[in-house]
Design a protein around this ligand. Structure first.
Ligand code: VTB
Length: 334
């Protein structure tokens, strides 16, 4: 059962957040990602499980660590088998520029339960529990917003929709404005945006638009734990990709629902804030402590835990894969 290793998994995203946040505001997003991957990979080595990365940093030849198919965990004969999906930093640019809502995330589920979406991008519509099952990715934005206002019992002008600020979203932004809803345009980090729809008091009701497919899967894992919903459709970004997926037998009209993306009942989702966002505080320093805020949740129990950790800078070790194990935190600080 994933229950037993939940806190171990929190340590994984904590480590990634702690180390990547050392590059806060330095303008170097590759360094942010490299640090997070190294710490995440290092911490995974300590966990008693037989896990396989099914969503990670890409294929083996493009990623040295956390590539798709990589085996992580201790792989002792008696340890349980899982598939894991990771995004060491969702929003590397956000960390590189010290902007809000960057998180480190990981989802674990039974073997075979995590789907693979073949396109780089997907169309997404994510909502919290109240709107789950009520909206439809195939109808107009105006219709969806009207429905949302009825279900939530609020005016359309009180509904907040999050959209990635991209040229490809010009039309949908216009349609949302036309319908009269509030819009929060974000530069990056749509996993946090999708999750925020299901967190009471986050001020976010709906996330929609075209974003990364791996991020759709991670959002689905979180939304299953929170009772929210994500609907997705494949969105090929050029003719070549379109032909590829069609000839591989995929249907561009198919709507993938939350359970299609992450199935089964044994699912854990964990995330740690790197920069402060809508539902998690970022990595902060206070005297000789470095403080992290994480969230851990499971589908089975639907318990959502917030875990605030005060790491003692003098005593803290962080495992880095590149260094073969634990490194003292102060040594990394320079
Ligand atoms: C999306 C979104 C991510 O990057 O992948 C986006 O899902 C990239 O979009 O959360 P562009 O290719 O248009 O830049 C994030 O925002 C961050 O990784």
């Amino acid at each position: 059962m994933l229950r037993e290793i939940t806190l171990d998994l929190v340590r994984v995203t904590e480590a990634a957040a702690l180390v990547s946040s050392m590059y806060l505001g330095r303008g170097d997003k590759e360094a942010v990602d490299r640090a997070a991957v190294d710490a995440m990979r290092g911490m995974l080595d300590y966990i008693s499980m037989k896990a396989t990365v099914v969503i990670g940093e890409g294929e083996k030849d493009e990623a040295p660590m956390l590539y798709i198919g990589e085996k992580v965990g201790t792989w002792e004969p008696a340890s349980p088998e899982y598939d894991i999906a990771v995004d060491p930093v969702d929003g590397t640019r956000l960390v590189a520029f010290g902007l809000p809502n960057a998180i480190s995330v990981l989802a674990a589920a039974e073997k075979g339960a995590i789907m693979y979406l073949p396109t780089f991008y997907s169309w997404k519509l994510a909502v919290g529990p109240e709107l789950a099952g009520k909206l439809d990715i195939n109808v107009s934005i105006a219709e969806n917003l009207k429905k949302a206002s009825e279900v939530l019992g609020v005016k359309i002008s009180e509904i907040t929709v999050v959209v990635l600020n991209r040229d490809r979203h010009r039309t949908i932004i216009e349609e949302i404005r036309e319908a009269g809803a509030r819009i929060k345009l974000i530069s990056d980090g749509d996993v946090a945006a999708a999750i925020a729809t299901a967190i009471p008091g986050s001020g976010v009701d709906i996330y929609m638009g075209i974003g990364g497919s791996p991020e759709a899967i991670l959002s689905a894992a979180a939304l299953r734990c929170l009772g929210g919903e994500i609907q997705t459709k494949l969105w090929p970004y050029n003719e070549e990709e379109k032909e590829e997926v069609i000839s591989a037998g995929y249907d561009l009209g198919k709507v993938y629902k939350t359970e299609d993306l992450v199935g089964g009942e044994d699912i854990v989702f964990v995330a740690t804030g790197i920069t402060t966002g809508d539902f998690l505080g970022g990595v902060k320093y206070f005297k000789n402590k470095v403080i992290t805020e994480s969230i851990a949740m499971r589908v089975k129990s639907r318990t959502v835990r917030k875990i605030v950790a005060y790491h003692d800078v003098e005593h803290k070790n962080v495992p880095l894969r590149s260094r073969g194990g634990d490194v003292r935190f102060i040594e990394l600080q320079r």
